[in-house]
Design a protein around this ligand. Structure first.
Ligand SMILES: C[S@@+](CC[C@H](N)C(=O)[O-])C[C@H]1O[C@@H](n2cnc3c(N)ncnc32)[C@H](O)[C@@H]1O
Length: 250
């Protein structure tokens, strides 16, 4: 089955194909990439459980119009929440946009007595700094709280909606239960850093935080922040190469 000569040939063809594809992407976006650590990789990775898992797919169908995230990354939230979102704790999403990812976590974790917090400025991305080469502010402002109300109806549970710049938006909010599982999807360095600091201060040991945008093409501020965490002894971090960094609070 594994013939090294054939495999090497196939890998060479794949390399041509991916570099051609990456050129097409750049032409399409009218952007020329000069950084060496960006490109398209077709990983030799064939196990795609999000295609076949029935419960995930029926939950996904209910919320996919309210999320920007691809199916593979939402599957991470589905799968990891089952294990790490502990009964009688809180889930928090910073950067909920229209609430689909939070909705998926609610649908997947019924009867655990969880408090759900969906946080967003509802006026777009903030905290752009010199660490962020592409995000300038106000991207993804095409949302409002009524979308979270729609998600509440779809999932049949109450979600605490927190409007404003996180974590300052939490100043007057009492967290009744500690956080065991969280999703940060905010696009900029400062927002990602401040979100993680607040979450881990209010989380149980062993809590899991999924940091989106770590592998994004245009979210280099979050990539820088995620790479800094690799040498931070308070955390154990693992990139899953779907674009997310899994951060465990030790
Ligand atoms: C890419 S969208 C999130 C996508 C969403 N998680 C989903 O599944 O579709 C990024 C969101 O982060 C929000 N955001 C960025 N920084 C924030 C901050 N410091 N506080 C609150 N919201 C923030 C933006 O308003 C935007 O709606």
């Amino acid at each position: 089955m594994f013939n090294l000569k054939k495999v090497k040939k196939a890998r060479k063809r794949l390399a041509y194909l991916t570099s051609f594809l990456f050129k097409l992407f750049q032409i399409n976006l009218r952007y020329k990439e000069s950084r060496k650590d960006y490109g398209i990789e077709i990983f030799e990775y064939f196990y795609l459980p999000w295609n076949s898992e029935e419960e995930f797919n029926s939950n996904y169908d209910l919320i996919s119009n309210h999320s920007l995230n691809p199916k593979s990354r939402l599957y991470t939230l589905y799968e990891m929440s089952q294990r790490y979102l502990s009964p009688n704790t809180s889930f928090i999403e910073v950067g909920c946009w229209k609430g689909g990812a939070t909705g998926l976590v609610v649908l997947t974790n019924k009867n655990k007595n969880i408090n759900y917090y969906a946080c967003d400025t509802f006026s777009g991305v903030v905290n752009s700094s010199d660490k962020d080469s592409f995000f300038k502010g106000q991207e993804y402002s095409d949302t409002n709280i009524s979308y979270i109300n729609e998600i509440e109806k779809i999932v049949g549970e109450k979600i605490k909606t927190i409007e404003g710049i996180f974590p300052y938006s939490m100043n007057d909010v009492e967290l009744d239960k500690p956080i065991s599982f969280a999703h940060i999807d905010v696009d900029t360095y400062v927002s990602a850093k401040e979100s993680l600091e607040f979450i881990t201060e209010n989380a149980i040991d062993g809590a899991l935080v999924i940091l989106d945008d770590f592998g994004g093409w245009f979210t280099d501020g979050v990539t820088k922040f995620g790479n800094e965490l690799k040498s931070d002894k308070r955390y154990f971090v693992v990139p899953n190469h779907l674009g997310q960094l899994l951060i465990y609070k030790i």
